[in-house]
Design a protein around this ligand. Structure first.
Ligand code: ADP
Length: 177
C-alpha cells in the first residue's frame, strides 16, 4: 500500500474519532489542561485523570518529558487508547523545537505500533497555546509520518484531525498529504 493511501487529513473534533488511538497534545505533568487536552479529558471522563496520575513521574511533576509519549486507555472515548505526547513550546525556533516536535510524532507512532494500533488520529500538536507556526508544524507532522509509514506496517492508517479548515489547508498544501 502506498504511504499516501494510509495518511488522511480531516476537519473535526478528535474526541469523536473512532480509531484505535487518538493523540493528546498534553503537557509534561499529564493531568489535563486547556485546548485539545481539556476536551479529551472531559470526553474520556475522570478515569482518564486517574490513569494519568498513575503514570510514573520521571522527575517531580514530570510524567512525560517534551518529545516523549505515554499511553492510557480511552475510557469513555470511542478511541481505545489515548497516546499522550508533549510538543515543544515555540520560542525562537532555534531552541530545538523542530527536533522535539518530530520526536513527539515519532514516539507517538512507535507507541501506537507497540500496542498494535491500526489507526491513529493526531491533533495539530503545539500549534495552539504552545505557539508553533502552523505551516512548519504541518510539514514536520507529514514528513515524520511519511518516514514512519515507509518503514512500518503499523499503524496502517494515520489521520490528521484538524480543528479548522484553515489548519487542514496547511496539510493539504503539502506533497503526499
Ligand atoms: P498545544 O498546547 O500543544 O499548543 P492546544 O490544545 O492549545 O495544544 O492546541 C493544539 C491544536 O489542537 C490546535 O490546533 C487546536 O485548534 C486543536 N484543538 C483544540 N481542540 C480540539 C479538538 N477537540 N479536536 C481536535 N483539535 C483540537
Amino acid at each position: 500500500m502506498e504511504t499516501t493511501d494510509r495518511l488522511t487529513v480531516c476537519v473535526g473534533d478528535i474526541t469523536a474519532m473512532e480509531v484505535d488511538a487518538i493523540v493528546n497534545a498534553a503537557n509534561e505533568w499529564m493531568l489535563g489542561g486547556g485546548g485539545v487536552d481539556g476536551a479529551i479529558h472531559r470526553a474520556a471522563g475522570s478515569d482518564l485523570y486517574d490513569a494519568c496520575l498513575a503514570v510514573a513521574e520521571v522527575r517531580p511533576g514530570v510524567r512525560c518529558p517534551t518529545g516523549e509519549a505515554r499511553i492510557t486507555p480511552g475510557f469513555d472515548l470511542p478511541a481505545q487508547h489515548v497516546i499522550h505526547t508533549v510538543g515543544p513550546v515555540y520560542t525562537s525556533g532555534n531552541a530545538g523545537e523542530a527536533d522535539l516536535l518530530a520526536a513527539a510524532y515519532r514516539n507517538s507512532l512507535a507507541l501506537a505500533a507497540e500496542h498494535g494500533c491500526r489507526s491513529i488520529a493526531f491533533p495539530c500538536i503545539s500549534t495552539g497555546v504552545y505557539g508553533y507556526p502552523k505551516p512548519e508544524a504541518a510539514a514536520i507532522a507529514i514528513e515524520i509520518t511519511q518516514q514512519w509509514l515507509e518503514q512500518n506496517d503499523t499503524p496502517q492508517r494515520v489521520i490528521f484531525c484538524c480543528f479548522s479548515d484553515e489548519d487542514a489547508a496547511y496539510y493539504d498544501a503539502l506533497p503526499g498529504a
